[in-house]
Write a protein that binds this ligand. Structure first.
Ligand code: DCC
Length: 155
């Protein structure tokens, strides 16, 4: 899995779907039955995804669970790493929920790198409804790690 993940750090053409982090990834893995199956493409220096939350991810009736929205945004940030060219992990994630994200409504999510400072990546994202109105915004700090981060034994 790590070898195939490393292969994903290469130039990707504008508008073409980016490869999932891995098959079982909660955000984008095609083989995870509980996942969001997020499909992401490069858009300039950033990434974009069109996504509709379904009833597996409901919180209040008809409204996407806030944690599900955060999951999708966190995973979207993970696609920026292909463009930046380094593995990194989420150290801090903030989400501002401006208005409810509705089940069954197509949203457009966008993310980009705001700035790079040593090992730290400062990232921003937004989620907009079909009329273009922004329903949520996010910031994140990712910290670059070596591939050994994913193989190291921990308790
Ligand atoms: C098969 C593969 C699939 C891979 C599949 C990947 C899929 C992507 C999915 C989405 C992403 C995720 O869910 S990732 C999973 C969730 N996240 C995690 O599990 C991460 C858990 N945390 C950690 O492992 C660790 O805290 C690290 C690696 C992030 C950082 O630890 P560290 O290496 O000891 O670094 P540390 O010195 O503490 O901090 C590094 C620098 O960041 C700064 N820093 C720390 N916090 C902040 C902050 N809130 N705002 C600003 N800056 C901060 C510090 O001051 C420091 O600055 P300076 O002194 O350097 O200036």
């Amino acid at each position: 899995m790590l070898a195939t993940w490393a292969e994903k750090f290469r130039p990707h053409r504008e508008g073409v779907d980016l490869p999932p982090h891995h098959e079982q990834c909660l955000g984008c893995g095609p083989d995870n039955p509980h996942g969001h199956h997020l499909q992401v493409r490069r858009h300039g220096d950033g990434v974009v995804a069109d996504h509709t939350f379904d009833n597996r991810h409901v919180g209040a009736p008809g409204i996407a669970h806030g944690g599900a929205v955060a999951t999708v945004i966190d995973d979207l940030y993970g696609f920026l790493l292909y463009l930046v060219g380094t593995p990194a992990v989420t150290r801090q994630l903030t989400v501002e929920y401006r208005t409810p994200v509705m089940i069954g409504v197509p949203y457009r999510l966008q993310a980009q790198v705001q700035r790079h400072e040593g090992r730290k990546l400062f990232l921003v994202a937004s989620i907009a409804g079909p009329d273009g109105s922004v329903v949520g915004t996010s910031t994140a700090v990712f910290v670059a790690v070596g591939i050994d981060h994913f193989t190291r034994e921990r308790q």
